[in-house]
Design a protein around this ligand. Structure first.
Ligand code: GAR
Length: 205
């Protein structure tokens, strides 16, 4: 999937969140720098800071909880409909803790930010898994989403050193500082130049 460069217009983004939304905030703060308009923020749950950040900026929100549907496929279909209403050029999963299905992935280009150097430590506990493995270095990855769990083509990665005495919280906080900057840079580059995916390689136009 690819989008052509559209130098005259700002790219329309839908951002999906499940929690604090600091990556969302970095994108909100970088809208002019990155040539983007965040046209909606979607979530799988109510009452999270990510939604409050959107509301504070008067960005439209939608919430599609998995529990409201009898199957994951029905949930995914409803989520795809909610996203489609906002006609995004790109969907950004920024701390969205649900696996997206075919309805969403067949219709939209979706990128995800992940707190590890994929393919190491995929899944929901990446920072804890890196600490348990005793690695000296971990980091973050921005990648396109495919049908697997954190398996899609990598766009860019940044390293973060593990320090003596690190716990999940301290390490994750240091990763997130780097991650927010990386996400903004990647979104800017994708939206300004366009891209194509050739095999596992993401090529900027
Ligand atoms: C980020 O570190 C993101 O990579 C991670 O959740 C955090 C969300 O922070 N996502 C995952 O672990 C997905 N597997 P934020 O809500 O402050 O942006």
């Amino acid at each position: 999937m690819s989008i052509p460069p559209t130098p005259q217009s700002r790219a329309r983004l839908v951002v999906l969140v499940s929690g604090g939304g600091t990556n969302l905030q970095a994108l909100i703060d970088a809208e002019d720098f990155a040539d983007i308009d965040i046209v909606a923020v979607g979530a799988d749950r109510y009452g999270i800071d990510g939604l409050r950040r959107a509301e504070a900026e008067a960005i439209p929100i939608f919430v599609v909880p998995v529990e409201d549907f009898s199957s994951r496929a029905d949930w995914d279909s409803a989520l795809a409909l909610a996203i489609a209403e906002h006609e995004p050029d790109l969907v950004v999963s920024a701390g969205f803790m649900k696996i997206l299905g075919d309805h969403v992935l067949d219709q939209f280009s979706v990128i995800n930010t992940h707190p590890a150097l994929l393919p190491r430590f995929p899944g929901a506990h990446a920072v804890a898994d890196a600490l348990v493995a005793g690695v000296a270095e971990t980091g973050c990855t921005v990648h396109f989403v495919d049908e697997g769990v954190d398996t899609g083509p990598v766009i860019e990665q940044r390293s973060v050193l593990v320090e003596a005495g690190d716990d999940v919280e301290s390490l994750h906080e240091r990763i997130k500082v780097v991650e927010r900057e990386l996400l903004v840079q990647v979104v800017r580059q994708l939206c300004r130049s366009g891209w194509s995916i050739e095999g596992r390689e993401v090529v900027f136009s």
